[in-house]
Design a protein around this ligand. Structure first.
Ligand code: PLP
Length: 400
């Protein structure tokens, strides 16, 4: 029997740490703050629309580009929030989540030997998509600053670009750091893309989860950028429907066409009844979007305050589902992956080691990511257990 069964393109990719940690949570009965999915249902109008679509017989293959009404709702959404005008028939494509949009873009545009510049820590599916395309990821490091913000050097970005670079892959708001790239950073990124004639793929799945009144700016809105930017998002995070896997890409017709070429052979289409339901979500009023972010901000603060009380140096995110901590601050000097494997026993909580997001794990080997997209009672219980396990007594006695 042959032993070389798996493709060498995915050599080095094992079962994801998210699966390992979720399995650990189930096995040990721990509170799972590992995987980033909400534990409450989204808006009832959206859920009911899916039920109604199934009853009305929307159960067969939808059109290849996606349900026309969802595509129209995406056009309206991009205009309403960002002032972007799109041609519904050529500049919008519905996908099986943002994951398939990313895979379609990478497989549809990259050739063997091409390079993709991206910011590290890196959402895990990017590297797999790049590897399957036979291309090479080139990371630019984001480092946390004393004020909790994550920073990159523009000189590192410029230095990462070579004559083989074809795509610059940006994720804003960013997982796992919760960084929201600001206008001056985006201008610097845009300048590099224009100077080197790069295609930019942006993953904006956390676009509606920006805290403290901050602003998400799509790179495609910067001067000269629409024509070279493919913008990707999905409904999972915004409508608490991560299991529906309804995503989309928008951008100039040539970029959408290239990504569609590969996408059509991945799933062709998916989620027929969830497409009109996601259209209902995209058309919800501002009150829904305001409530979504204000509820999550309360959860972020509850978790971040609790992690600080437990003694962790905590990087409070400006957006997204995740709070990152530095485990060295509680006196743990080993690898954060070992810390996460011990955490169920120490505190009855599961989190994920941020090293999973690094090509150069040494930059993240002390960082751990906790998800805050959970009910407050779940966060409170986790915090209580973490404080009991790690907080130093006020008299400075030994760590338990
Ligand atoms: C940055 C980022 N991109 C994409 C995805 C996947 O999105 P979807 O579930 O729509 O495929 C996630 C999910 O966690 C994510 O964090």
């Amino acid at each position: 029997m042959r032993t070389n069964i798996s493709t060498t393109k995915l050599a080095g990719f094992g079962t994801t740490i998210f699966a390992e940690m979720s399995e650990l949570a189930a096995r040990t009965g721990s509170i799972n703050l590992g995987q980033g999915f909400p534990d409450t249902d989204g808006p009832s109008e959206v859920l009911e629309a899916a039920v109604e679509a199934i009853r009305r017989g929307v159960n067969q293959y939808p059109p290849g580009l996606g349900d026309p009404d969802l595509r129209q709702a995406i056009v309206e959404h991009q205009r309403r929030w960002y002032g972007i005008e799109l041609d519904v028939d050529n500049e919008v494509l519905v996908t099986a989540g943002a994951t398939e949009a990313l895979a379609g873009a990478l497989l549809g545009m990259l050739d063997t030997g091409d390079e993709v510049v991206l910011f590290e820590p890196i959402y895990d599916s990017y590297r797999a998509g790049i590897a399957l395309a036979g291309a090479t990821p080139v990371p630019v490091l984001l480092t946390p600053q004393a004020d909790g913000r994550w920073h990159f050097d523009v000189s590192d970005l410029s230095a990462a670009v070579t004559d083989r670079t074809k795509i610059l892959l940006l994720n804003t708001p960013h997982n796992p750091t919760g960084k929201v790239f600001d206008r001056s950073e985006l201008e610097a990124i845009a300048q590099v893309a224009i100077d080197h004639d790069l295609i930019v793929v942006t993953d904006e799945v956390y676009e509606h989860l920006v805290f403290d009144g901050g602003e998400h700016i799509p790179l495609a809105t910067l001067p000269g950028m629409f024509e070279r930017t493919l913008t990707i998002s999905s409904g999972g995070k915004t409508f608490h429907t991560t299991g529906w896997k309804i995503g989309w890409m928008t951008g100039p017709a040539e970029l959408v066409k290239a990504a569609k070429l590969a996408k059509q052979f991945l799933t062709y289409v998916n989620g027929a009844p969830f497409q009109p339901a996601t259209a209902v979500g995209l058309r919800l009023g501002d009150d829904y979007f305001d409530g979504l972010v204000s509820d999550l901000q309360v959860a972020r603060d509850r978790l971040a305050d609790g992690l600080e009380r437990a003694g962790f140096t905590t990087y409070r995110p400006d957006a997204s589902y995740f709070v990152t901590v530095d485990v060295r601050s509680i006196g743990f000097t080993g690898d954060a992956t070992d810390f996460c494997r011990m955490l169920p026993e120490l505190a009855g909580v599961v989190a994920v080691p941020a090293s999973a997001f690094y090509m150069r794990p040494e930059h993240g080997s002390h960082l751990v990511r906790f998800a805050c997209c959970k009910r407050l009672d779940v966060i409170d219980a986790a915090v209580e257990q973490l404080v009991a396990a790690f907080a130093q007594p006020a008299d400075g006695g030994a760590m338990r």
